[in-house]
Design a protein around this ligand. Sequence first.
Ligand code: WT7
Length: 649
Amino acid sequence: MSNAIESVLHENRSFPPPEEFSANALISSEEQYLQMWTRAKDEPAAFWGDLAQSELDWFHPFDEAMQGEMPETKWFTGGKINASYQCLDRHLKTWRKNKAAIIWEGEDGAQRTFTYQELHREVCKFANVLKKLGVEAGDRITLYMPMVPELAIAMLACARIGATHSIIFGGFSADAISDRNNDAQSKLVITADGGWRRGKEVPLKANVDASMEKSPSVEKVVVVRRTGADVSMAPDRDYWWHELMEGVDADCPAAQLDSEHPLFILYTSGSTGKPKGVLHTTAGYMLGVTMTTRWVFDLKDEDTYWCTADIGWITGHSYIVYGPLSNGATTLMYEGAPNWPDEGRFWNIVEKYAVNIFYTAPTAIRAFIKWGDEWPAKYDLSSLRLLGTVGEPINPEAWMWYHRTIGGERCPIVDTWWQTETGGIMISPLPGVTATKPGSCTRPLPGVVPAIVTEEGEELEANQGGLLVMTQPWPHMLRTLYGDHDRFLETYFSKIPGCYFAGDGARRDKDGYYWVMGRVDDVLNVSGHRLSTMEVESALVSHDAIAEAAVVGFPHELKGEGICCFVIPKGDIPPDEMKEEVKQHVRQQIGAIATPDQIRFTNALPKTRSGKIMRRLLRDIAAGKESAGDTTTLEDYTVLAKLREQDEG
Ligand code: WT7
């Protein structure tokens, strides 16, 4: 971490917004930003209350904009609202009725476009299907699907009738599905026969089948036909989507739900094994994503907007589906891999649909750099006017490449810092206002009041690294961890009393710009996906031949962080061939994203006297560094020397 601070301190480049961009931007001056930010800080209830009234459609107005202290703040209480109505119905009364809502491209080149009217119709029909299957407001529904339009339709159909969706990323394994089904007590699973990824079929239905034995709460499974793969359909449990949709009524009025009605649960890794079910509610979340989409992406009706995330992550929830659709935008959705059939796929899509706004992750940008400039050079990228990144700190070199090679030096870059828990973007440039500095997510959005503090909660001076906390509540923050409010209080609000803390270290420079340094706990950030070291460790020790394991991240050129596993076998150190088997075991237990990069067999791990594994030392070894830090609490000094002798593999 000290290295990161060193290198960014030398980053003095600054890129003011192009004049023409500012002239046409929705927020176009420093005064406007400061005025909004100050009002939101001083009078949050009035600031957000006014926006909720003017920007959301209500069945019944709310009584109070903001009620109670963080972390128990409730927003827009007394109001009746529906997220699916926000995203669909309200546009049908305008010229947007026949505007493209979703433009979808499959990995195999298939294309489908849904206007707002068409999307509304499909959502209403599927909402009626859900009702027929016995789904009621408040029920939890699992979605384990490829990136196909039916995923967005299913989300909006759940929202329409007040069912709470829990989306599980398609890369997760059967065990991960049943864990989440059980935690949420999910009643129904929506999946597909399979999905396409690099020309190969991902066996989604087979994974769901394997999870069913351990998912007693699940009564029914709905299956979208995507790949045409041969799948088994259990009688009276499994139903084809297309058969259920036949002849269904397209009239389904949106349920009038309380502002705080649970909209979705999204599981994210914590520092202990059990995933955390982050719960977001309706009105506050919808206001947050509606406003941040508009402010940060300077979204105009003419734009074709593309966020390359998977909807299985929060980025896809907020910035492919709810935020863009609430704004009446055209959102592009791509099913597959960026290097299929070749490394030019993304640029081919940008050219083909004349994409104006492009939002991706640093890990993807590092892959593009590695694949070479010849790929973007083949395509016309001149439609692009704004670029974004999210998921992890972006190294200044990658930022500069993005700026030059993709942005043609004319597109502002919004480096957006936020989390599953924050629901929407928190710290980010406003593209028409903020001069950007490569590697900094710059300044807080209106309504966001961060601070940098010590472990004891004392505020630090400019350029001192510390813990990043939020000192005020915001409408789109998580409300709880599903079924475990104590863990919610403990995880986010106990470290620094009165503040929200979700684990990142950062510093603020003399211009008030934030530089996020990464997570301070034991969570890995692999290709922008947050993984718990604990979960990978549990997967390792579930192998018959493994006694103990410790997992750490190490800097990885493409993935940001790679996964290094120190593994103590039950017997003698096994032959190297065993490393591949161990990797496959973890992959099968958790999913492909958790496949270890390195397995190092060892007879012992460095531990403190109290028996805690000293991960800091392991991180140094994994990164190939000498340990400079304090080793005085180390129980057995010889362990370190032995570990260094092990090769990577
Ligand atoms: C963690 C949140 C938010 C959607 C994707 C990840 C890291 C995220 C940035 C950024 C530096 C970033 C943080 C954060 N992170 N964006 N622009 N600069 N770090 O969501 O899985 O909830 O992970 O990702 O460490 O805490 P998530």
